[in-house]
Structures are given as structure tokens and as C-alpha cells.
Design a protein around this ligand. Structure first.
Ligand code: ZN
Length: 222
């Protein structure tokens, strides 16, 4: 499950043939690095040395802190069809060798939301991780059954209430080790609900991964 060699190859190619493209974060025409961002955005990235944990999950990995630079790539990726920004958003995700997962499960969108947005941003991230790890994506194990308001627009306590009972896992997850994928971890309430529901239906292990996590939540000890 090591993606390091692939990344090294790309970094070398980029060193030999620097690309002049639009930066995934600030949008400026610039020489971009091997994951498509300019030097100034690269310098502004912050990393989560300890992203905390998710209740119900056996492990949690989230490499980047959600600052302005990351947000500038995430918003168009999530809401405006800019799925190509996955090149940057998945770059730092590395799945620990000892997770030994059977499948990758993206946090699902409700059917109504999927219809209006046209794609599930977490499934886009999951496909990239599947390619680098060889672990298959399963979108038939976890469903969002409640069409809840957008988490980004509501307060912390409401977020927790908002996602209660929002997901349903299928019995086929019984005995499987699952990697759950989402875009951003804010309060962690969505991942918590998904992990607990998968465990209720008999999943053996549930690991959680997000591209980035909110800084305030880490500071608050959540
Ligand atoms: Zn930039």
C-alpha cells in the first residue's frame, strides 16, 4: 500500500520538465509542482501532526490542515465540478500499511444531493486511493438515508444532531475491514455516525481518512 515510489517518479519528471499551469489553489498561472500547486501555495500548507481520533473508528488519518490555501481548492472541488483538483487533495494521503483493508467506502451523499451536484466528491477521492493502494471501492455498503442540511452551514451541536441516524450500512459489510473516506473532517460527527453504523452492521474494522481537517477542532481537543 505504498504510494511513495509513484510520487517520487512524478516529482522527478516535474523537476526535469517544470509545468507552467494554473495552480489548483490560487488559480494563478505559474510553475506548479508535481501535485499542481505554485511555490507560494506550497509554502503556506500546514500539516496535521496529530489529527485526533474519530469515535467508533480504529484509526484516523488526515494529512493537511484546512487553511485558506486548501479551502481555495476544496470549495470548487466539492461544489463546482473541479474534480481534477483531486491531484492536489489526495497527494498527501497515505494509507498505513497495517490497516489491511478489504474495501474503501466513500461517505455517501443522499440521492437528492447526488442528483443536484452530479458527483460525490468523497467517491472521487476514494477512486484515487483505490488506484494507488489496489483496494477496491465499494459504494454499495453505506447509504445516506436522511437528506440533511449542508453541514458546512450549521453550528457544531446542530451538526451532531443533524447526522444522527442519517446513514444506513448494508449487512454485506459484516466481517470486512473498511477505509471510510471523506473530504474534510470538521467536528468528525459525520465520520463518527458512519463508523458506528458500519460497526453495528458487523464491520470488523473501520478506519477513517480525510484529505484535510479543521484546525479549530484540533485546538478544541475534538
Ligand atoms: Zn498557488
Amino acid at each position: 500500500m505504498n504510494c511513495a515510489s509513484k510520487k517520487l517518479g512524478k516529482a522527478l519528471l516535474n523537476l526535469l520538465f517544470p509545468q507552467h499551469l494554473k495552480c489548483h489553489c490560487c488559480g494563478a498561472e505559474a510553475v506548479v509542482n508535481d501535485y499542481g500547486i505554485c511555490e507560494s501555495c506550497e509554502k503556506s500548507l500546514l500539516f496535521a501532526s496529530d489529527p485526533g481520533s474519530i469515535e467508533g473508528a480504529d484509526g484516523f488519518s488526515s494529512p493537511l490542515l484546512y487553511n485558506e490555501t486548501v479551502k481555495n481548492a476544496m470549495i470548487p472541488f466539492k461544489y463546482h465540478g473541479a474534480v481534477y483538483k483531486k491531484e492536489f487533495l489526495t497527494h498527501f494521503i497515505c494509507i498505513p500499511e497495517d490497516w489491511k483493508a478489504d474495501c474503501i467506502v466513500p461517505v455517501s451523499l443522499h440521492a437528492n444531493r447526488l442528483k443536484s451536484r452530479g458527483y460525490n466528491q468523497s467517491a472521487v477521492l476514494a477512486e484515487v486511493i483505490a488506484e494507488s493502494t489496489g483496494v477496491p471501492v465499494r459504494e454499495d455498503l453505506l447509504f445516506r438515508i436522511k437528506d440533511t442540511p449542508n453541514q458546512a452551514r450549521i453550528k457544531r451541536q446542530e451538526r451532531i444532531e443533524n447526522v444522527k441516524g442519517a446513514f444506513e450500512a448494508r449487512a454485506e459489510c459484516k466481517g470486512l475491514s473498511v477505509i471510510l473516506i471523506d473530504d474534510v473532517r470538521t467536528t468528525g460527527s459525520t465520520l463518527r455516525e458512519c463508523a458506528l453504523e458500519l460497526k453495528r452492521k458487523g464491520a470488523e474494522k473501520v478506519y477513517a481518512v480525510t484529505a484535510c481537517c479543521s484546525m479549530e477542532e484540533i485546538r478544541n481537543g475534538n
